[in-house]
Ligand binder design. Structure first.
Ligand SMILES: Cc1cc2nc3c(=O)[nH]c(=O)nc-3n(C[C@H](O)[C@H](O)[C@H](O)COP(=O)(O)OP(=O)(O)OC[C@H]3O[C@@H](n4cnc5c(N)ncnc54)[C@H](O)[C@@H]3O)c2cc1C
Length: 431
């Protein structure tokens, strides 16, 4: 079969430049601009031409993105919609779902959340017990999801639920997209120990999903969920516009407002990663740099952080060259946890007891502690534990590396070959 040759880097650059010259208008309303991106394919250049893209390779997609960045043109929306839902729908969704849901994801009209984890099933996601029962041309969903980031603002959710309890646990799962604005969906934000409430518990009580909104086939949901999890660990196929603070023109101003609102949920994520960038400046600012023990710890952290950046760059280069994802995703995640923990320890060494003071602690009225970065250190200490849990815990990453990269024997398991109904567990999980 004849294949269409890929355009060259220069040809791609010329094509996107001339399209931007003709169409980019910083005073265009955001939604109208994003509709143009969808129609032209330039917003998601690595997506297929049939589905709002240009069918370009990741490397050529990066060329397109660089041209948008060069002139500060606004790109497609960001968030779970584009990093998790859209790539999964592109790979496994029906044409009907693609035609209804991809466009509003990229224009930013729909926000999405991930409804995977449950009170008893995070690492053991395949043990989930939220059930889906067929009623005519609708699935009726009942169960509880947990730790669902951004669900309080989401219009749609990607959901896994059990449609068959009589087959082994990985075989009875189906993947759905669910409209969050319906009576059977109740979202309750959870207060975290860092005082933010970015994730939620979601109660599904006879919520309804039309049969057309199954992604993949009934009973094949585990395979589809693995695709979503792979996207969670890998580079996005579409690089979202980084609004920054440039508000020139209506289009950019509306994009900045959109991102500011969206990222309210994630304001503590840099602190969750440990803020290694603040360690040396704070050590110098507080005079603790003179202490050789602090200097030694700070430099160990600096080296680990640099090495992790280079590993991430290597992984990025490999993906751009079109190679399949390697173990770098799990390695990067594990190293990220180590950096976060190490950074929290060094911050505590530098700040001493002041690290215990939060922004609203009355003690921060003491002139010796009113430095706003002291409160930030407190936020780092209570946010860092989330780093090694979100997106799969450290232990699970080690299992993945051991089994898939090093070829070690699989973890012994008593529950993968028997009907899920017979798995020995709390009685209410089986029926
Ligand atoms: C900031 C944040 C955001 C999140 N956002 C979302 C979201 O949007 N949507 C969503 O669905 N979920 C979300 N989660 C949930 C996350 O995916 C789960 O918390 C995670 O998978 C761990 O599951 P768990 O909390 O049930 O812990 P458990 O699975 O109960 O684990 C408890 C402990 O046991 C260990 N353990 C478990 N199994 C094994 C094993 N086989 N071998 C060795 N050790 C093991 C774990 O490593 C951990 O230390 C989020 C979590 C965080 C912290």
């Amino acid at each position: 079969m004849a294949t269409t040759p890929s355009p060259s880097e220069d040809a791609t650059r010329d094509a996107v430049r001339s399209w931007l010259d003709e169409h980019w208008d910083e005073d265009c309303p955001l939604i109208e601009w994003r509709e143009m991106l969808a129609d032209s394919g330039w917003g998601c250049p690595t997506w297929p031409e049939q589905w709002f893209g240009k069918g370009l390779s990741p490397a050529l997609g990066a060329v397109v993105h660089a041209e948008f960045e060069r002139i500060g043109a606004v790109g497609v929306a960001s968030g779970a919609a584009m990093s998790l839902a859209a790539p999964t729908i592109l790979e496994h969704g029906s044409d009907d779902v693609k035609s209804r849901l991809l466009r509003p994801a990229l224009t930013g009209q729909h926000r999405w959340c991930q409804l995977f984890s449950e009170p008893g099933n995070g690492s053991d996601l395949a043990g989930l017990t939220t059930r889906a029962e067929l009623d005519g041309d609708e699935w009726v969903i009942t169960g509880q999801k947990l730790w669902n980031t951004g669900a309080q603002k989401a219009d749609w959710g990607i959901l896994v639920a059990r449609t068959n309890f009589d087959v082994p646990k990985h075989k009875g799962i189906t993947y759905f997209v669910i409209d969050m604005h319906q009576p059977g969906v109740e979202v309750r934000p959870l207060m975290q120990m860092n005082r933010y409430a970015s994730f939620n518990e979601v109660f599904l009580t006879e919520a309804r999903v039309p049969v057309s909104d199954v992604i993949g086939s009934v009973g094949e949901g585990w395979r589809v969920a693995l695709a979503t999890l792979a996207h969670e660990r890998s580079l996005p196929s579409v690089r979202a516009f980084q609004a920054g603070t440039n508000r020139t023109g209506r289009c950019r101003a509306e994009a900045v407002d959109e991102q500011t609102d969206y990222f309210k949920t994630y304001v503590w994520y840099p602190q969750r990663a440990g803020r290694a960038d603040l360690v040396i400046p704070r050590a110098k600012q507080t005079g603790r740099w003179a202490d050789p023990v602090v200097r030694d710890a700070a430099m160990r952290l600096y080296c680990l952080d640099q090495a992790a950046r280079w590993t991430a760059q290597r992984a990025q280069a490999s993906r751009l060259a079109g190679r399949p994802p390697g173990p770098e995703g799990s390695i990067g995640k594990l190293v990220g946890s180590n950096i976060a923990r190490m950074a929290a320890r060094v911050h505590a060494q530098i700040s001493g007891a002041h690290a215990l003071l939060s922004a609203d602690d009355p003690s921060t009225t003491d002139p010796s502690t009113t430095d706003p970065s002291v409160a930030l250190i407190h936020e780092i200490l209570v946010s860092v534990p989330g780093q090694s849990i979100a997106g799969g815990t450290d232990e699970i990453q080690r299992n993945i590396l051991g089994e898939r990269s090093l070829g070690l024997p699989k973890e012994p398991s008593l529950d993968v070959d028997i009907p899920f109904r017979d798995v020995r567990t709390n009685p209410d999980r089986r029926s």
